[in-house]
Design a protein around this ligand. Structure first.
Ligand code: C2E
Ligand code: CA
Ligand code: CA
Ligand code: CA
Length: 280
């Protein structure tokens, strides 16, 4: 009775109703956009901190409605997630990224990381779809990383079970699994040991905003040490300054991603970057 009362209240709250209407409009536009091919994938380099080489790229979706500036994923992923549209959009991103990355992989050995939403992981045929994308693009499984957030695995229930099954199957094929935004969720540290993961991406909020702050640095060290003790590859996100990179190198973090190394860009920018790196 209490829940019903709350629902009724929300239904008549004008602000919530406006937001709901806005959501529905966004979802309608996204549906059309998917049909009309208005999405693209941008790629951001993931750099080996020791050598400076771009060892991989993260695929980040962009939406450009005709005649408008590109819209960032933070503006539409939540609506796509709520509505279930993320399943189709996510698969489109996966297939596009695998196809584009296959060329870079053949030539330079680079890997590709693709974000996978909880809704996708809970789909009954998710692992098969990934296998199909790999086969169709001729990309070897070991060149693909799927990035997931920890919440989806730590939760219990049928969806988490299914997600774990998919990940185990994909890892058996050689696909890498990364935990995204590590440290922002309700991280249960003991759980980390048992999760089917290979890579830990340290959230950008851990990057010190003050180079002299020993406490901030100690926190980064704690996370890097934790990941290393679990034999996970560490990737720091939000590497914006030379100081960040220096600190991470000192702490033994494996890889970095951020504006210091390069912003997300179109596939042509990736080809140019990779060609330039091999000639120097
Ligand atoms: P994320 O997976 O954590 O991706 C990293 C985000 O950090 C990207 O934002 C990237 O542009 C931004 N970033 C990179 N370097 C820096 C830096 O040095 N400083 C700062 N402040 N930010 C940096 P973007 O492209 O706007 O994507 C936002 C989020 O949208 C992603 O966060 C991811 O959760 C989601 N997303 C993007 N593409 C997809 C997709 O294809 N599928 C799904 N399910 N989610 C996606
Ligand atoms: Ca990510
Ligand atoms: Ca992240
Ligand atoms: Ca994020």
């Amino acid at each position: 009775a209490k829940a019903a009362g709350k629902d009724r209240h929300e239904l008549f709250d004008p602000r919530l109703r406006r937001e709901q209407a806005e959501r529905i409009r966004t979802v309608e536009r996204l549906r059309v956009a998917l049909e009309a091919d208005e999405f693209t994938v941008h790629y951001q380099p993931i750099v080996a901190l020791r050598s400076g080489a771009s060892v991989g790229f993260e695929a980040l979706v962009r939406w450009t409605p005709p005649g408008q500036d590109p819209i960032g994923p933070d503006k539409f992923i939540p609506a796509a997630e709520d509505s279930g549209l993320i399943v189709g959009l996510g698969e489109w991103v996966l297939r596009r990224a695998c196809a584009e990355a296959a060329v870079w992989h053949r030539r330079y050995g680079t890997t590709i990381a693709v974000n996978v939403s909880p809704r996708q992981l809970a789909e009954p045929y998710f692992a098969d779809r990934v296998r199909r994308a790999l086969a169709d693009s001729d990309l070897p499984a070991h060149a693909l990383t799927v990035e997931i957030t920890e919440g989806v695995l730590v939760r219990s229930g049928a969806h988490a079970e299914l997600a774990l099954t998919h990940l185990a199957e994909l890892r058996a094929d050689g696909v890498r699994v990364a935990i995204d935004d590590f440290g922002t969720g309700y991280s249960s540290l003991a759980y980390l040991r048992d999760l089917p993961i290979d890579i830990l991406k340290i959230d950008k909020s851990f990057m010190p905003d003050d180079p002299g702050d020993a406490q901030q640095a100690a926190l980064v060290r704690a996370v890097v040490d934790l990941a290393r003790s679990l034999n996970l590859t560490t990737v720091a996100e939000g590497v914006e300054t030379a100081h960040h990179a220096e600190l991470l190198r000192t702490l033994g973090c494996d890889r970095g991603q951020g504006w210091l190394f390069g912003r997300p860009g179109p596939p042509t920018a990736v080809s140019i970057r990779l060609a330039a790196e091999t000639t120097v």
